[in-house]
Write a protein that binds this ligand. Structure first.
Ligand SMILES: NC(=O)c1ccc[n+]([C@@H]2O[C@H](COP(=O)([O-])OP(=O)(O)OC[C@H]3O[C@@H](n4cnc5c(N)ncnc54)[C@H](OP(=O)(O)O)[C@@H]3O)[C@@H](O)[C@H]2O)c1
Length: 301
């Protein structure tokens, strides 16, 4: 997962000096039965936020909740498969009746079929459905419950530097993605469809798509662009949407290899979602690498 890093430095959020949140603050974390999502649930719960751990598999989710309970953390649970629209609607309906208002949404769940030094395009449909359309559909379903007037609602999309624009060699597509004023959900969907089409026709290599972890990279590229669109649309209207690449982290996705533990990655992610409203940015791509931390990687590339 090594790649050229952006040549920009900026401060990374440290633990907030003022505690603005309380037990009334509600957070949802997807794909939280293990890995970074699980660690984020643990950290948020430790800090006194009310957390809903979600997982696509009921048994795996409940097992994670039991483990957390054993450690003294009391979290809520509901099943949520972000690749299944019926599951998203079921979750949204449950959430409406149980909580009604949402302050923090961590779109963490994702899949990858890549081995560390291999590349995959065979599962392009499924990976894009889960990693791009999944978080997008969940945001749309939960949007009515975003507590925007009470406190800024925070959406954090777990992303990857593999989906940054410097990985894309196609100048036309790059131009569309960089033209923020004109960028729209329809344009992003068109780009994603073009990629799937190129894969089906066996011509993705010659069309300048990312060369490393290709289908995963395109799914994150689309998620980054969608995050930008949302951030621009709701600028100043109580919604903050940021992306976060935790760096090469020791989880199932990397077969336990990596430079950081899931707990260390989660600590940074939680610091981002807990930034006090007056300092909270939107439309940023927070990135951690071995060379430092950055908060504006998206627009620099
Ligand atoms: N690890 C890294 O080095 C790294 C680097 C950059 C970005 N990230 C990002 O960080 C996030 C967390 O990854 P991780 O490393 O913690 O991976 P992980 O250990 O493989 O965890 C992924 C989680 O997502 C869940 N999931 C997969 N498909 C789902 C679906 N359709 N609906 C709901 N949940 C689903 C998995 O559930 P199951 O247990 O049921 O499969 C699992 O709980 C991802 O967005 C990833 O892209 C990771």
């Amino acid at each position: 997962m090594n790649s050229k890093e952006p040549n920009t430095t900026s401060s990374f959020p440290s633990f907030p000096s003022t505690r603005w949140w309380s037990k009334e603050t509600v957070a949802v974390v997807t794909g939280a039965n293990k890995g970074i999502g699980y660690a984020m649930v643990k950290r948020l719960s430790e800090l006194g936020v009310t957390v809903i751990l979600t997982a696509r598999d009921n048994a795996r989710g409940l097992k994670a909740v039991e483990t957390l309970k054993g450690l003294g953390f009391d979290v809520f649970f509901h099943c949520l498969d972000i690749s299944d629209h019926a599951s998203i609607l079921d979750f949204a309906s449950w959430f409406k009746h149980q909580f009604g208002q949402l302050d923090i949404l961590v779109n963490n769940a994702a899949i990858s079929y890549n081995e560390i030094h291999e590349n995959s395009v065979e599962h392009a449909d499924e990976v894009i459905q889960t990693n791009y359309y999944g978080p997008k559909a969940l945001i749309e379903a939960l949007f009515p419950f975003f507590s925007r007037s009470m406190t800024t609602t925070r959406v954090l999309n777990l992303s990857s530097r593999l989906g940054l624009l410097n990985k894309l060699k196609n100048p036309e597509i790059k131009k569309i993605l960089l033209y923020e004023e004109k960028l729209s959900e329809d344009l992003i969907d068109d780009i994603v469809k073009l990629f799937i089409d190129d894969v089906k026709k066996g011509q993705w290599k010659s069309r300048g798509w990312p060369e490393n972890w290709t289908e995963y990279a395109v799914s994150k590229l689309a998620l980054n662009a969608y995050s930008k669109v949302l951030a621009n649309r709701y600028q100043g209207q109580g919604l903050s949407v940021n992306c976060f690449c935790p760096g090469y982290t020791q989880t199932s996705m990397t077969h336990g290899t990596g430079n950081y533990t899931a707990d260390a990655a989660a600590e940074l992610g939680v610091n981002i979602v807990l930034i006090p409203a007056k300092d909270l940015p939107t439309g940023k791509f927070f990135l951690r690498s071995s060379r430092g931390v950055y908060n504006d990687a998206y627009s620099k590339l």
